[in-house]
Design a protein around this ligand. Structure first.
Ligand code: SAH
Ligand code: ZN
Ligand code: ZN
Ligand code: ZN
Length: 403
């Protein structure tokens, strides 16, 4: 029942769920094509139950019902109240503040009685910490929803250094709150666009926009917000830094990025995705090339601890500060390699100290490999030798084989 097509033409006139215009999906059900409208942002029907077949009528009752649901959702986050609240919070001592994870609200100790049995962040909340909401908020890790995975400090540092070297002045952070919080208050101007309204607790409505990146929809005052973003993006030296949920279909994101390019045809893009998404990035038609730097995250564990995530950009890649990362450029290999690697003259490639040379095989291999005399080749630890003759191989609990 895989989705075979996502149609984003005439997106504005599609029926709307609480997250703005829906997308038109087509999928195959028993060799029959079924076309329907569903939420662009949340991919689990439990999170956004909108579903309408193409030839079904979006009745007035339904329209009104969804509109009411949308208004309810928006009213839960009163931007003016929250920003005012934030400014008042700044006036009290760091020990007189707390954040409630149940109410998604920054508040005063004097109100703590209202949050009995709620899950709270209490203690000392210094002004400095308030500048870094991602250090206070708990990431919403549901993959079919927000999929919030924070960059490590190192990745943030390098991306920002790269922006500096590219002489970027304005940074539009699209689903990249960690980049935004590091950019603000420096010589960059930065704006955050994200589907997570909790940021209204920390930022003004000119700094944070509640936005859906899969249909280019602003939740509050669409026209006014659009106007502000147009002006911001239109300035010279503007970059968009976007780190979308990985499991999403990218047609909607491509729609948004193309919209942005209408306001500035010299826009720099930094799109962060796993390397295997390269064909989809090509399909976006934005001339983005993969940059050989591995982006890592605090709360994301990848297989073998190796992150497949890369930057895709239309900017000058030689400006990337590899040397300052854990990466460096190897002239022999002619590519960026991990900083601790050494270029091995025996195998003419770069590898780290976890490799050793097997002279019998004339190869460099991970130290977890050993040369099995019976097989006459290098094999890994779990090797149970099919050629064993009189040797005794003992498999221990942790699967190590006695050589
Ligand atoms: N690594 C980034 C965060 C990326 S996680 C960082 O450290 O800054 C994905 C981000 O996209 C989250 O901030 C999430 O809230 C946001 N997001 C998820 N779905 C979205 C949507 N439909 N529209 C806009 N933002 C979305
Ligand atoms: Zn929805
Ligand atoms: Zn509460
Ligand atoms: Zn070697």
């Amino acid at each position: 029942m895989a989705i075979v097509k996502v149609d984003v033409s005439n997106l504005e006139s599609n029926p709307q769920c609480t997250h703005g215009p829906t997308l038109k999906f087509t999928r195959l059900v028993c060799d029959k094509r079924v076309t329907f409208y569903a939420c662009s942002a949340y991919r689990d029907r439990k999170d956004c139950p909108f579903y309408l077949l193409e030839d079904e009528k979006f009745t007035e009752t339904k329209t009104l019902r969804w509109e009411a649901a949308k208004n309810d959702m928006i009213e839960k986050y009163d931007r003016d109240f929250l920003f005012n609240n934030f400014n008042n919070i700044l006036k009290v001592s760091p020990t007189d503040r707390f954040y409630c994870y149940d109410c998604n609200l920054l508040s005063f100790i004097s109100f703590i009685d209202r949050h009995k049995n709620h899950h709270l962040f209490v203690g000392v909340i210094k002004n400095e910490l308030l500048k870094f909401p991602t250090k206070i908020l708990k990431p919403l890790e549901k993959n079919k929803k927000e999929a919030q995975y924070w960059f490590t400090d190192r990745s943030v540092h390098l991306i920002i250094l790269y922006l500096k070297r590219l002489k970027i002045k304005n940074v539009l952070c699209l689903g990249t709150p960690s980049i935004h919080e590091k950019c603000r208050g420096t010589f960059f101007k930065s704006i955050l666009l994200d589907i997570d309204p909790r940021y209204f607790n920390f930022y003004s409505k000119d700094e944070f926009f509640w936005f859906n990146m899969f249909n280019f929809h602003f939740m509050n005052d669409h026209a006014d917000s659009l106007d502000k973003i147009k002006r911001f993006v239109g300035g010279a030296g503007t970059a968009v830094v976007v780190d979308p949920p990985f499991g999403a279909r990218y047609e909607g994101l491509a729609y948004t990025l193309k919209k942005l390019s209408e306001y500035n045809d010299k826009l720099t893009y930094i799109l962060i995705l796993p390397f295997y998404m390269e064909p989809h990035v090509r399909d976006m038609g934005l001339d983005l090339e993969k940059l050989d730097y591995s982006v890592d995250y605090i709360n994301h564990r990848f297989k073998n601890n190796k992150t497949p995530v890369r930057l895709f950009t239309n900017a000058d890649q030689s400006a990337f500060p590899h040397g300052e990362a854990s990466m460096k450029f190897c002239w022999e290999c002619e590519r960026a390699v991990p900083f601790d690697d050494i270029h091995c003259l025996k195998c003419d490639s770069c590898h780290n100290e976890n490799y050793h040379r097997c002279d019998k095989c004339s190869r460099c291999l991970k130290k977890s490999y050993f040369h099995c005399a019976d097989c006459n080749s290098c094999v890994n630890r779990n090797h149970v030798c099919p050629n064993k003759r009189c040797r005794v191989y003992i498999k221990t609990k942790n699967k190590k084989v006695k050589r």
